[in-house]
Design a binder for this molecule. Sequence first.
Ligand code: ATP
Length: 287
Amino acid sequence: MKVYEKAPAKINLSLDVLRKRSDGYHEVEMIMTMVDLADRLEMEELPRDTIIISSQAGYIPLDEKNLAFQAAKLIKERYSVKKGVYIHLDKRIPVAAGLAGGSSDAAAALRGLNRLWNLNISVEELQKLGEELGSDVPFCVKGGTAIARGRGERLEMISSPPQCWVILVKPPINVSTADVYGRLSVDKIRNRPSTEALLESIRTGNFHALCKSLGNVLEDVTMELHPEVRHLKETMLRLGADGALMSGSGPTVFGLVQRESKLARIYNGLRGFCKEVHAVRLLTGTS
Ligand code: ATP
């Protein structure tokens, strides 16, 4: 018996950090949505009580450090499943990119194993399990578009943004999420995103207002460390994107365009100096 799951990448349309909490985490407020760039997971039951992960991507851990492995281990323990599983990860989301690839793989593993082993776990319960694996996992379990608060785990689902093209560009640099948050001085933040304005633009389906309201307070920190991220965002806008923003703690920058006729120019312009460029649609449920 085999099951298959898609694990889509997330982008942040906004990311605001409200304060540093006494537990060391940051209190965030962010609007997240999913794009049609996804890893594929194939899960096959094994009679032996073991978890095996394989992937064509040579650059991710395949042992207990892999988030899909951790998801399988957690669900097996919590629901006393004595069977094993072989998970093949067809990795297409750039790694350590600010696109929550690992979190989405963990969420897809939770959904898939729930089906493979007929566990009948509710989505809410899967989200609770996911919270133990990472703050972005509960969002990835359900997908869609949401405003996330707390550490990112407190979710309120909202309507989908107006459909558009998303061009993602990932420069060949590594950014540590912990390092970026560590360097952020919350009291020195300039340019906070207007979450309210962004919500209003989504509610009314106003694409151009949405593009104007994009904002991420981590941009300045990552761009200071890696000026090429700022350069990519400027290039994206110069080539004709209607809006552009760094996702998560970076380094991926995404651009939004509604008119397909603009796509090729932006895509080719970026490909000129960056290998990892993707042009995809938003996952709005209507596309
Ligand atoms: P986030 O936006 O949630 O910070 P990210 O997109 O920046 O996530 P990931 O692609 O999730 O980062 O990878 C972060 C680290 O997690 C990598 O360095 C990798 O070693 C590890 N990792 C564990 N499991 C996975 C997985 N299934 N896919 C990718 N990376 C994984």
